[in-house]
Design a binder for this molecule. Structure first.
Ligand SMILES: [Zn+2]
Length: 61
């Protein structure tokens, strides 16, 4: 049982790849409430690439 794949609502999230400015960010999405979770490592790589843009605000579900 892994809690890291669970949404805050308790539902298990499904893996998904997000594309932000053609940059691939691994993450997961909750099928119940639609909340998205991004891979922290990939977000850090993207932030480095984009020089500190707030990635969470750029990702549109
Ligand atoms: Zn949820």
């Amino acid at each position: 049982m892994t809690n890291e794949n669970n949404c805050t609502c308790g539902e298990q999230t499904t893996p998904k790849i997000f594309y932000v400015d053609e940059f691939q960010i691994r993450g997961s999405e909750c099928p119940k409430c639609g909340k998205t979770f991004l891979n922290a490592e990939d977000v850090a790589r993207y932030a480095e690439y984009r020089k500190g843009i707030n990635v969470a605000e750029r990702v549109v579900c």
